[in-house]
Design a protein around this ligand. Structure first.
Ligand SMILES: Cc1cc2nc3c(=O)[nH]c(=O)nc-3n(C[C@H](O)[C@H](O)[C@H](O)COP(=O)(O)OP(=O)(O)OC[C@H]3O[C@@H](n4cnc5c(N)ncnc54)[C@H](O)[C@@H]3O)c2cc1C
Length: 547
């Protein structure tokens, strides 16, 4: 039986490894660790089995797969000071596959500024060159039917069919506009998003396979993998906490997990790991599970009746997210209504822009990015209305996302109840620096939209009534419109030194706790790649065999 739904049917409650959460990270770990037929792995997932439901499997339905659906944990932010006190939805996947089952399928691996992580941790294993093989392990590039030509010697008008399976009506116009405007929006056919230097206008690779979503579930937990006798997956199993074992000499070990099945909160069950317990419940649930287990601030935990085990000052602190902001354009093109090919992604072309050294934001705040290869923002041109489908109207949405925000958020719990949502303050735009980059980005996009290529096509824009020279007017637009792009990370950050206040060390082990590791977005992203490396770290620690 590949997937178990009741504990009674589960053959064992003791495993070599227990992984909590079957999302991007947990699926990779379950797959890789169970490659060694001599070790046993239990994967616990609070949500149900991933089936090829249309809402999840059909790529163009990704905009309605969340928020507030049966697949979503339905988290909300607190009132955001930097967003004029608005609260924003923070969807997370609650199903095998986790958030990869509901996400927008854009496949980006960052830049060669991974090297900064290697420098700061002193662990060359996190460098771009050492991480590349894990990227290759994770991806299988399927060249589109119209196959990209890397020579760059093609007339721009012919490019509409280059590198994508389905062109969108805005693609050709954007390519022509980019030719006129240049700068950060210049198109280079040979630029790959995952080349290490992701700058300029290029095509988005997407995790879509044979016209359907490729999720962590469909890619890593295939029927062949689920058939391995040493891998057991228990669904509808909500992990309440890990059970710390504190020795008389104060040493802490965590190898037992406490969970309950859906609807049976009063019937707590336990499973034990002989080697390691790995938390992969995501950037919101992992720190919440740790806090409910006694890790965190003593007074705060005592106030909600949780016995304190260990101070972890950075747990839930300094959370990062990429906000997004839409510029919605009404266009003279019926093809932009939400009736395109079902297997098309939300967009094809996007520009990743690094601000010039003499830009206002860089001059005033300095370079706050991870390094010279990191873009400060992206602008994606997506046909249709970006958000829930509208009844009528023809739209083009330019989605602008900040990639180097310096605003930080935090997460805590205010109840010991494992079903109570954590309190999540994303801290969007609490630093003026972020608003300054947004203002530049909006002005850049407005400049691109002035190109001849859009004449007669764009009929109106949400920017029409705004004086683009007026910082205050732009700020109001930004703060009234920005949302989460759902990339929350770093709620259990990695330490660069062994004495630092971080939660995990550079091998992702919870500091000063035996047997417990965190592998998910609470430490770092891109998650698939980090999890592939983590699997190797664990395999090497326990001398596991390759398949
Ligand atoms: C709507 C949306 C759109 C996105 N779009 C993109 C995109 O286009 N490109 C991109 O790169 N990234 C995107 N992301 C982000 C990306 O999907 C996440 O960064 C990634 O999935 C995080 O992986 P993870 O393993 O940390 O957590 P998840 O993938 O969220 O997995 C966590 C798993 O743990 C389970 N879990 C949680 N709590 C418990 C518990 N107590 N007990 C047992 N199980 C538990 C959850 O149900 C879930 O299955 C998007 C995210 C969302 C929500």
């Amino acid at each position: 039986m590949p997937i178990y739904e009741t504990t009674d049917s589960l053959p064992s409650l003791t495993y070599d490894f227990i992984v909590v959460g079957a999302g991007a990270a947990g699926s990779v770990l379950a797959h890789r660790l169970s490659e060694d037929a001599n070790v046993t792995v239990l994967l616990l997932e609070a949500g149900p089995t991933y089936k090829e439901q249309p809402d999840l499997a059909i790529p163009s339905f990704c905009r309605i797969a969340s928020p507030f659906t049966q697949w979503d944990w339905k988290y909300m932010s607190t009132e955001q000071k930097g967003l004029n006190r608005r609260v924003v939805p923070l969807p997370r996947g609650r199903v095998v596959g986790g958030s990869t089952a509901i996400n927008f399928m854009i496949y980006m691996q960052g830049s060669d500024d991974w090297n900064r992580l290697a420098r700061e941790t002193g662990d060359d294993g996190w460098s771009w060159n050492k991480i590349r093989p894990y990227m290759k392990k994770n991806e299988k590039l399927i060249i589109p039917v119209d196959e990209p030509n890397p020579s760059g010697e093609i007339e721009p008008v012919e490019l509409r069919r280059i590198g994508i399976n389905y062109s969108q009506p805005c693609d050709e116009r954007l390519l022509r506009a980019s030719d006129e405007v240049r700068g950060g929006f210049a198109y280079s056919p040979s630029t790959s998003v995952n080349s290490g230097h992701p700058h300029g206008l290029t095509f988005w690779p997407t995790s879509i396979r044979d016209g359907t979503r490729s999720s962590a579930a469909s890619a890593y937990l295939t029927p062949e993998v689920l058939a391995r006798p040493n891998l057991h997956v228990l669904v509808n199993a909500h992990v309440a906490r890990v059970v710390p074992d504190v020795a008389p000499d104060g040493r802490i070990s965590c190898k037992t997990v406490e969970y309950f099945l859906e609807g049976q909160q009063n019937h707590l069950l336990r499973a034990n790991a002989q080697k390691e317990l790995i938390l992969s419940a995501g950037a919101f649930a992992t720190p919440a599970i740790l806090m409910r287990s006694g890790f965190g601030n003593k007074e705060q935990l005592a106030s909600i009746g949780i016995q304190h085990v260990k101070d972890v000052p950075e747990l839930g602190k300094r959370m990062i997210d990429h906000p997004w902001l839409g510029i919605t354009l009404t266009v003279d093109d019926k093809a932009t209504a939400d009736d395109g090919p079902l297997s098309a992604p939300v967009g094809n072309l996007f520009a990743q822009v690094r601000l010039p050294e003499d830009s206002f934001a860089i001059k005033k705040y300095g370079d706050t990015s991870a390094g010279k290869s990191t873009p400060n923002y992206f602008a994606a041109f997506c046909n249709g209305f970006f958000g829930p489908p509208r009844e009528s109207g023809n739209y083009l949405t330019v989605v602008i996302s900040l990639l180097t925000p310096i605003s930080r958020g935090s997460l805590t719990i205010t109840s010991a109840d494992p079903l109570a949502a954590p309190v999540i303050d994303c801290g969007y735009l609490t630093e003026e620096h972020d608003a300054a980059i947004y203002r530049t980005a909006i002005r850049d996009v407005a400049q691109v939209l002035r190109a001849e290529a859009w004449k007669g096509y764009v009929l109106g824009s949400t920017l029409d009534s705004i004086n683009l020279d007026d910082d205050a007017a732009l700020d109001a637009y930004i703060r009234n419109g920005a949302m989460s792009l759902y990339h929350n990370v770093a709620t259990a950050r990695m330490d660069t030194t062994s004495e630092g206040p971080g939660v995990v060390d550079r091998k992702l082990r919870v500091k000063d706790v035996d047997g417990l590791r965190i592998v998910d977005a609470s430490v770092l992203a891109p998650v698939y790649v980090a999890a592939e490396r983590a699997a190797d770290l664990i395999k090497s620690r326990w001398a596991l065999n390759e398949m």
